[in-house]
Design a protein. Sequence first.
Length: 230
Amino acid sequence: MPALVEIDNVSKTFTLHLREGTRLDVVSNVSLDAHPGECLVLGGPSGAGKSSLLKMIYGNYRCDHGAIRVGGIDVATASPREILALRKSVMGYVSQFLRVIPRIGSREIIAARGRESGLSAEVSQARAVELLARLNLPERLWDLPPATFSGGEQQRINIARGMIADLPVLLLDEPTASLDARNRAVVIEMIEAKKKAGCAIIGIFHDEDVRDAVATRVVDVSQFAARQAA
């Protein structure tokens, strides 16, 4: 089956303007793809560029050269409007940190993401409740803003928000890092369900047990270290 995400010869360098323009090379000449029904895991040591690569796919970072094709759009050259459209209808993303509008309740944060993706208000609300219950968040917290929640509780909101929609591509940046064993098992089940539904998943997993349970392929990002381009 055709790849849903294609990364072709992508490189990234950061310029540290507060350090006299020092250039920090991240990755060089990355080429890989993700197909429907698989979970491609980005491996390698800390600092290898795994999270930076995910952020380039999502459009948070621009790459210096190369192409990142998602849903027929090259994210590397897409306009902000095109990237926002991809995020609504093609790409789900679970980041390491929850960033939401203050004072909005957790249930609404999750349901709003469902509506943005095209789900009806009724279906979005029902799925939000289902996900909150499945991820073992106490019902008394469902309509409270998550700013004062524990790290693990906030991450469960993050996971529910990223997984509520039926999108073809899902990006996961250490989604289980702050979860207990019970909720890690739930997330593994959710990832497997997404794979069976034909979703192409690209993820980073701090927990080796989770990685081994969900990965169909592991790519060591350190093989694309920028020093190889020197």
